[in-house]
Design a protein around this ligand. Sequence first.
Ligand SMILES: C[S@@+](CC[C@H](N)C(=O)[O-])C[C@H]1O[C@@H](n2cnc3c(N)ncnc32)[C@H](O)[C@@H]1O
Length: 207
Amino acid sequence: MGLLSVLSLAHRWTAERVQPGDIVVDATAGNGVDTLFLSEAAGPRGMVYAFDIQQQALDNTQARLERAVREGKRLAPVRLLLQSHDTLPAALPAAEHGRLAAVLFNLGYLPAEGADPAVITQQSTTLTALEASLALLRPGGLLSIVLYPGHAGGGDEAAAVEQWAQQLDPQLAQAAIYRMLQKPLAPYWIGIEKRKQLQALPAEEII
Ligand SMILES: C[S@@+](CC[C@H](N)C(=O)[O-])C[C@H]1O[C@@H](n2cnc3c(N)ncnc32)[C@H](O)[C@@H]1O
């Protein structure tokens, strides 16, 4: 058996942290693979918010969700939002701030027929959205980021995200990376877990 793919790893970590009834966010809905995964994990008592700046992405996501319902899957309600993920705090009810179990980012462009490959996630909005997401997570919540260094602009964005994750206060969050070392242009994953205990930790517990 080979190593887990980046997307499988992202889903596996997320599945460990999302329980039925949880509130979760797909920050880049795309073709809806992650939105469907989150809506199954959160279940009918949960809630999913899915963002994308392209109507085609939201249409593809809606179609995928409808197919799953027809197949008998029991999903969380999904709110599809045609807006940039950096509007996340304003898009969520204040009562849900600090209660998110997971926020998923799958950066880059929409891999769909007819989609414009020039429409990609942008470093500045991505970083604003990541910072906001971390604040909105509950203690122990997960920020999952799939990065694509292989397309124009993707490498700079990935480097900026990596730098942002590296400088996070370890008392606030732990950051990990999963990358195929012989494939520098392949997608890779950064996972950030918000600390369960946000009070000061003894130095030996900060790793
Ligand atoms: C790699 S795709 C996401 C794949 C998706 N998670 C899936 O499961 O199919 C990246 C998506 O990010 C979207 N995107 C780009 N900039 C965005 C932004 N500022 N806010 C939200 N989505 C954005 C693109 O339109 C594209 O659909």
